[in-house]
Structure formats: C-alpha cells, structure tokens
Design a binder for this molecule. Structure first.
Ligand SMILES: N=c1c2ncn([C@@H]3O[C@H](COP(=O)(O)OP(=O)(O)OP(=O)(O)O)[C@@H](O)[C@H]3O)c2ncn1[C@@H]1O[C@H](COP(=O)(O)O)[C@@H](O)[C@H]1O
Length: 110
C-alpha cells in the first residue's frame, strides 16, 4: 500500500497553484478561479459515478484520484484548509465513539 497521503498531494497543489509555471495544470486551474475549478470538480464527480457503476476497479481508482485532486484544488482556491476537512471528519468519528476501531486512541476526557 502506498504511503502517499492527501496531505502530501495538498502540499504539491499549494506549491503549484501559487506558481506561475505555464506548464502547470494546477496553476492554470487556480488562475481560472473557483467557478471553472468547481465545474471541473463536478465533471470529475460524474465521471467517478459512471466508473463506479460501469467500469473496472482500475478505472474507478483513476477517476477517484482525479476527483480528490480537483477537490483539493477547489479547497485551495476557496482558502479552506484540508486540515479543516480532516477535523470535521475526525469530529464525526469522535461523535460515534469509533476512534479506536479507526486505529486511533480515544481522545479521553469526560
Ligand atoms: N494529481 C494530479 C492530477 N489529477 C488529474 N490532473 C489533471 O487533470 C486534468 C483532467 O483531465 P481532463 O481530461 O478532464 O482535463 P483537460 O481536458 O486536460 O483540461 P480542461 O481543459 O478540461 O480543464 C488532466 O490534465 C490531468 O493531468 C492532475 N494534475 C496534477 N496532479 C498533481 O499535481 C501535481 C502538479 O501538476 P502540475 O500543476 O501540472 O505541475 C502533479 O505532479 C500531480 O501530483
């Protein structure tokens, strides 16, 4: 299993979105603004659904990768840190009391 993380991809997206490199797809997408990037995100979401319903596992993994990448770009353009999304997910896990099953110690306290 790969050690590559969403946080590592987010760091790459941050660096590329802030660059003026004309070869960078991320830079071009970020320069296009939230409207264009959100449209791309929607297209990737639809392609992921189609892959889930009618394509093989490799195709689904590819579309899911496109979807996560474009989501990170939209979050970056909007200035919403990935950490905020992870904190939201962590909070939901804590609410259900399943932290230990997720491989994390319970947060303790009362
Ligand atoms: N993970 C990705 C990634 N996933 C998808 N894509 C790009 O997303 C685009 C989506 O494909 P489409 O066919 O829908 O889009 P398109 O027709 O090329 O583009 P549009 O004109 O429709 O916008 C492709 O150009 C892919 O290359 C990505 N581009 C970049 N990354 C990561 O970002 C890093 C930096 O990339 P650059 O910004 O290009 O240097 C890379 O090293 C990767 O780690």
């Amino acid at each position: 299993m790969s050690d590559f993380t969403l946080a590592a991809l987010d760091a790459i997206v941050a660096a590329r979105a802030g660059s003026a490199d004309p070869a960078s797809y991320t830079a071009r997408l970020a320069a296009g603004g939230v409207s264009r990037a959100s449209k791309k995100l929607g297209e990737e979401a639809v392609e992921t659904v189609i892959a889930a319903l009618s394509e093989d596992d490799k195709a689904l993994a590819g579309e899911a990768a496109d979807l996560l990448y474009h989501l990170l770009v939209v979050l970056r353009i909007r200035g919403v840190p990935l950490a905020s999304v992870m904190a939201e997910l962590e909070g939901r896990t804590a609410q259900t009391g399943l932290e230990e099953k997720a491989g994390r110690p319970a947060s303790g306290g009362a």
